[in-house]
Ligand binder design. Structure first.
Ligand SMILES: [Fe+2]
Length: 293
C-alpha cells in the first residue's frame, strides 16, 4: 500500500490532556479554511458512582465554537479500553461524521460475546458513520486525511495522517514510553511490530501525536514527537530493535499488566460508537461480566 503523504500541508493541532485517563484528544484545524476534525475525545465517568459528565468534551466544543470552526470528522483511532468516547455528544452539538477502522466488526463480535449482547447489538459497524479501510482518504476543508491500518494493539486500530501531522492512537507512545500492550483479545505483538514499522516508514519530519502519555520516570506529560525521534530512541522499537526482541519483551511485559481501570464500561460504550447501552426499559445501564476478561 502506498499512502498519499503530503508534508506541505501543515494543520494546526490543539491538544487536550485528560488527567483522569492520561488520554490526549485533538482538534485538527485546516489553516486554509474554517474546517476541523476531532480525534479521540473523552467522556468523563465516575465509575464507582455510575456518573457520566462532559467537562472534557465541553472544553473541546467551546474551543471549536470560539474559533467558529466547522466540524467535519470525529475520529476514533480504535475502540479504547481505558476511557469512554464522547463522539455522539460532540456530534449532537456540532455535527460531523464519526469514523473508525472497518475491523470494528471483529471487535464488536469479540466483545458482543463477552458482554452477552442480544441480537439488537449490531456487529456490522453500523453505529458509526464511516468505516475506514487501509489507505482510505477523507476531507477536512481543503486538507486530505488518510487512514493506515495498524492492528496489533486491537484489530481495528488505525493511524490517521493529515498533512505533516500523524495521530498514532495506541500504536506508539513517546520514545521513553515505548508501545502499547498487545494482549487484549485480537491483539498480537508481532502484528503490532509490523504496524509500527508502517508508521516509522513515514517521513522523518512527520509530527507524531500520541493518544496517551503517562509521564514515565516522573517527567512532565508530553504528546508530540517525530518519526526520526521514534526511530532513534523508542525504548521498545527504536535503534534497530528486531521483531523477535519486540515480541519477547512485549509478551513478557504484558503478562505482568492488570486490566485498565475503565475497560468494562469503555468497551461497552466505545463498541457502540460512544453510545451508552440501555436495558429493556430504555434505561442507560452498564454490565459487569464476571470472569470473562
Ligand atoms: Fe487503546
Amino acid at each position: 500500500m502506498s499512502y498519499p503523504v503530503n508534508m506541505s500541508v501543515k494543520p494546526d493541532v490543539s491538544a487536550f490532556f485528560d488527567e483522569a485517563t492520561n488520554t490526549i484528544s485533538y482538534i485538527v484545524h485546516d489553516p486554509a479554511s474554517d474546517h476541523c476534525a476531532v480525534i479521540d475525545s473523552v467522556m468523563d465517568i465516575d465509575y464507582a458512582a455510575g456518573r457520566i459528565t462532559f467537562d472534557s468534551a465541553d472544553a473541546i466544543i467551546a474551543e471549536i465554537k470560539r474559533r467558529d470552526l466547522k466540524l467535519d470528522w470525529i475520529i476514533e483511532t480504535h475502540v479504547h479500553a481505558d476511557h469512554l468516547s464522547a463522539a455522539p455528544y460532540i456530534q449532537q452539538k456540532l455535527g460531523g461524521k464519526i469514523g473508525v477502522g472497518d475491523k470494528i466488526t471483529v471487535v464488536q463480535d469479540t466483545f458482543g460475546k463477552v458482554f452477552n449482547e442480544g441480537t439488537e447489538f449490531q456487529r456490522d459497524g453500523s453505529q458509526f458513520d464511516a468505516l475506514f479501510k487501509d489507505g482510505d482518504t477523507y476531507r477536512i476543508g481543503t486538507m486530505q486525511g488518510f487512514a493506515i491500518s495498524t492492528p496489533g494493539h486491537t484489530p481495528a486500530c488505525m493511524v490517521h495522517v493529515i498533512g505533516d501531522a500523524c495521530f498514532v492512537g495506541d500504536t506508539l507512545f513517546m520514545p521513553d514510553g515505548g508501545s502499547a500492550r498487545a494482549d487484549f483479545p485480537g491483539g498480537d505483538a508481532g502484528t503490532l511490530y509490523d504496524s509500527i514499522q508502517k508508521v516509522l516508514a513515514l517521513p522523518d519530519e512527520m509530527r507524531l501525536y500520541m493518544c496517551h502519555d503517562y509521564g514515565p520516570n516522573g517527567r512532565d506529560f508530553k504528546w508530540e514527537t517525530t518519526v526520526a525521534e521514534e526511530k532513534a530512541d523508542n525504548i521498545h522499537v527504536g535503534g534497530g530493535k528486531t521483531r523477535e526482541d519486540f515480541i519477547k519483551f512485549r509478551t513478557e511485559r504484558d503478562a505482568t499488566l492488570g486490566m485498565p481501570r475503565l475497560i468494562i464500561p469503555s468497551l461497552q460504550v466505545n463498541m457502540r460508537a460512544g453510545e451508552i447501552p440501555t436495558d429493556a426499559d430504555g434505561n442507560e445501564m452498564l454490565k459487569v461480566p464476571v470472569n470473562k476478561l
